[in-house]
Design a protein around this ligand. Structure first.
Ligand SMILES: C[S@@+](CC[C@H](N)C(=O)[O-])C[C@H]1O[C@@H](n2cnc3c(N)ncnc32)[C@H](O)[C@@H]1O
Length: 317
């Protein structure tokens, strides 16, 4: 865990003490247990997103590798286990005859450990336990001037940002890159609402467990006394922003104390804690994101089974 306990406690306090909608930052969903639960989500029949991303990467990795200048090194934002990245690394290796350098960047120690272990056969892996932008600055500083960087941001994790924050984030990412560096961005597209909702509210209950685990993590790390069974998992679609929201809804009045940092709240029946947003994109959103954040779209591939777009962008001067 790279976030200090102090930062975690401060963010939890700020999010739960809000006078309006209570919120917890989604990055805290991924402790060891959360990362394992996320891996399970990627295998759910209802969560077609990962398989679409994987199919596109498998089919187009040779083309992606061919579109990059020779000697490219790879950095991945929020790599998780990195399992989808294997095909890109293998294609780069096939092109150059040697293992490419790969910097997976993640806040989750367990995800990075899995990634380093699983991908060691196809890349020279240097894990970076850091937040996205700090991590990319570190990776960028580690490559030599002659090594262009391919940044991967897969799994539609960009959807965790509001559209305006996504522009800000991508522009900040661009400012840490050099002209000619590339970004491969996986983006889940808008699709029928029932299909989107089911992907975040599976009948097996894995996503519900993933969501509730954020309260379990607050109990474990900050000594809080959340009763996890008192909260219902809820996925809803906010049409104007085209986003799925995950909430935890209190079934009855809940009194919660968090001894570290010494804090008490009462959550009223029916009140929710908002834990994650997953924005869904139109192709026009992606074009606008690229041009507003200092990238030029080079290539785009779409999955035929699950509306999802893989986008290869180049950092412009
Ligand atoms: C939705 S998962 C995606 C994992 C993988 N890229 C995929 O496509 O399946 C998001 C990953 O990003 C990591 N993450 C979330 N917020 C982060 C942040 N601010 N900085 C670095 N990693 C973060 C999480 O720990 C998690 O492994």
């Amino acid at each position: 865990m790279s976030s200090s306990l102090g930062e975690f406690a401060q963010d939890v306090l700020a999010g739960l003490a809000r006078s309006g909608q209570r919120e917890l930052p989604s990055k805290y969903l991924y402790d060891d247990l959360g990362s394992a639960l996320f891996e399970a989500i990627t295998r759910l029949p209802e969560y077609g997103l990962t398989r679409a991303d994987e199919r596109l990467l498998r089919a187009h990795s040779p083309g992606i590798a061919a579109a990059l200048p020779p000697g490219a090194v790879v950095a991945e934002l929020g790599s998780g286990s990195g399992k989808k990245t294997v095909s890109i690394l293998e294609s780069l290796q096939a092109r150059t005859g040697h293992k490419p350098r790969y910097y997976p960047i993640d806040l989750s120690t367990s995800a990075l450990n899995t990634c380093a272990r699983e991908l060691a056969s196809c890349a020279a892996v240097t894990p970076i336990e850091a937040s996205y932008l700090d991590g990319i600055a570190q990776a960028s500083a580690l490559r030599t001037q002659s090594q262009p960087l391919l940044v991967l941001f897969l799994g539609s994790t960009i959807g965790n940002f509001d559209l305006s924050c996504a522009v800000e984030f991508l522009a900040a990412l661009r400012s840490r890159l050099s002209p000619g560096d590339a970004l491969l961005l996986g983006a889940d597209l808008v699709k029928p609402v029932p299909q989107m909702l089911l992907a975040y509210d599976d009948p097996t209950g894995v996503t519900a467990a993933f969501n509730r685990n954020i309260l379990g993590r607050i109990n474990r790390e900050l000594g809080a006394d959340f009763n996890l069974t008192a909260y219902e998992h809820e996925a809803r679609y906010h049409e104007p922003a085209r986003r799925i929201e995950m909430h935890l809804r209190a079934r009855s009045r809940q009194r919660v104390s968090i001894p570290n940092p010494g804090f008490r709240i009462t959550i009223e029946p029916g009140e929710t804690i908002w834990t994650e947003s997953s924005h869904k994109f139109l192709l026009s959103d992606l074009d606008s994101l690229a041009s507003r954040s200092g990238f030029r779209s080079i290539l785009r591939w779409m999955d035929s089974q699950w509306p999802f777009a893989e986008n290869l962008w180049s950092a412009v001067e």
